[in-house]
Design a protein around this ligand. Structure first.
Ligand SMILES: *Cc1c(COP(=O)(O)O)cnc(C)c1O
Length: 533
């Protein structure tokens, strides 16, 4: 081997040429800064044909600029969602405190498997988890948990604990011939199905319980369903309560679910199912838990205080959970992946534990603290803990309260505005969150009357299909007529979660995740609907 060439290769790619690194970082930062927030649609078009047909790898060793050039068009062609006009879905711009945290993490690249590979970063994970746990469970004695690569995996951890509780040793000998089931609401996230499939209980064994109009699981139906399942001899491993459904921000009555599952399980001499709460979207309401509405130090308006009061009442339910999923990369505006799985009582992690003999290359792992002994993943990124601790402490509790409250305020403004238009119907009027689902029908229609008929089962199939296609056509029409530099970008769902008589209901959708979205942007949505219809 040519030693000189080798030496220069190592120096370029493993040395620390700070000016070279800094200069490329500055170029990237500048490029990120110039993307005009008023033109969110103007990103480069994709070139998938070549991506698959023309794989690319240089032959000769180059330099850091080659690394830059290899990724730059794709970086440039990606929208960071900084524009306040983005209201399509549960995604917002990542906050800059998170950027500092995530960047620090990249510089050290720890692996959160054992202390040996992560040192104080492992400690940071414990701190981040405990902080989030105290926010969610309020007064909790010994919470524990880990960061995962997403809400799906966090939900998987919760479900897996439930499976081990009702089929002890399933981790070793499998489910055998047992019928194992889980329950969730019909408005819950599809990841619960993914989990049921991947856990091997089968997607058909995930039983969906219908919700009421507010997207909240019906407790009478839950009770009935549980009794039937026990009577059939099924093992009920888990119930997933949703705290903030993805489209409509529906919240399940967690304390109510707790009472039902304990009572019914006891009557059938069965272990209580794991009560896992999927708070991937809604967890951030917990920032408001201790807000003093009387002293009102942040000077919230009376109508905002009402919303805050409702959010506080909902947060009490979280204390009844056994475990919870928190996506900090959603309302925490943190970098991906920053999802946390947290148990209320550390003892529950024993259901996931393996011993050191099963982790040969982590033979020094210590069961008191090293996640390698119970996590699904081996190599684990530390972006989550870094993004979370930097964001929580940079922005501060009162900062978070303002951010969450502002989202509630904007959603309420849109709901109230839409209520003035008789051809529009807000579908999630009473969910206490940052998203709005609604219908826009042609002018002249009475949307409320049509909705009430749908609830009463008085619409013929023909009528229903006609109205639903009008809702779809109206948003297509809007998309053609908007000015992308001024008009908000809205989302659409074919099923916002509440299904009266089993019918999926389509809806327009707006989610207020971007802190820079203004009252004027909301008002313009209303004007554009009026002008269009
Ligand atoms: C987004 C979401 C998930 C999935 O989380 P990922 O982080 O995208 O894997 C699960 N549940 C709910 C309610 C969600 O909104």
């Amino acid at each position: 081997m040519d030693r000189e060439k080798y030496k220069s290769l190592v120096e370029t790619f493993f040395g620390w040429d700070q000016p070279a690194i800094l200069s490329i970082l500055e170029e990237l930062l500048t490029a990120a800064a110039v993307s005009d927030p008023r033109h969110p649609a103007r990103v480069m078009s994709q070139n998938y044909e070549t991506a698959a047909a023309n794989p690319e790898i240089h032959v000769l060793p180059g330099n850091l600029k080659d690394a830059r050039d290899a990724i730059f068009p794709y970086f440039w062609g990606t929208d960071g969602w900084d524009s306040p006009l983005h209201l399509e879905n549960v995604r917002g711009p990542a906050n800059r405190a998170s950027l500092i945290g995530a960047f620090a993490c990249l510089l050290k690249n720890p692996n959160l498997c054992t202390d040996r590979y992560s040192q104080r970063s492992n400690e940071l994970e414990v701190k981040a988890i405990t902080t989030l746990a105290n926010l969610i469970f309020y007064h909790t004695q010994e919470p524990w948990g880990v960061f995962t690569i997403g809400g799906t995996i966090s939900n998987l951890y919760g479900a897996k604990i439930g499976v081990e509780k009702v089929v002890p040793g399933a981790m070793q000998h499998g489910l055998g011939q047992q019928r194992v089931v889980g329950l969730c609401s019909s408005a819950s996230h599809y990841s619960n199905k993914t989990v049921a499939g991947w856990l091997g209980i089968g997607t058909q064994q995930l039983i969906e319980v219908a919700t009421d109009e507010n997207l909240s699981m019906r407790l009478d139906l839950l009770e009935q369903q549980l009794k039937e399942l026990y009577a059939e001899g099924a093992k009920v491993a888990f119930v997933v309560a949703t705290f903030g459904t993805t489209d409509g921000f529906g919240i399940d009555d967690i304390a109510g679910i707790r009472s039902v599952i304990e009572a019914v399980a006891e009557r059938h001499s069965q272990p209580t199912p794991q009560l896992h709460v999927d708070a991937a979207v809604g967890w951030a309401l917990a920032f408001l838990t201790e807000y003093d509405s009387v002293a009102n130090p942040l000077q919230f308006s009376q109508s905002l205080l009402n919303l805050v009061g409702r959010a506080q009442a909902q947060c009490v339910g979280l204390r009844s959970a056994d475990s919870v999923t928190i996506d900090f990369h959603k309302m925490g505006r943190g970098h991906y992946p920053s999802s946390a799985f947290i148990v209320n009582r550390r003892d529950d992690l024993k259901y996931l534990a393996r011993d050191v003999s099963q982790t040969p290359y982590f033979s020094e792992a210590d069961a008191r603290r090293d996640p390698a002994l119970f996590t699904l993943e081996c190599s684990r990124p530390a972006i989550g803990p870094y993004a979370v601790m930097a964001s929580l402490n940079g922005i501060g509790l009162n900062g978070w309260r303002m951010l969450v409250a502002r989202g509630l305020e904007l959603a309420e403004r849109l709901k109230q505005g839409l209520e003035q238009l008789e051809y529009c119907q807000v579908l999630n009027r009473h969910t206490p969150g940052v998203s709005v689902n609604w219908w826009v029908l042609p002018k002249g229609r009475n949307a409320k009357e049509i909705f009430d008929k749908l609830l009463a089962g008085e619409l013929s199939e023909d009528q229903r299909l006609r109205y639903f296609s009008e809702v779809k056509r109206s948003i297509e029409k809007r998309e053609k007529s908007v000015d992308p530099s001024l008009d908000a970008r809205l989302g659409f769902t074919t099923d916002f979660g509440f299904r009266p008589h089993g019918i999926s209901i389509p809806a327009w959708k707006a989610v207020f995740f971007n802190p820079a979205t203004s009252d004027a942007i909301v008002d313009r949505i209303l004007v554009s609907i009026e002008e269009m219809t």
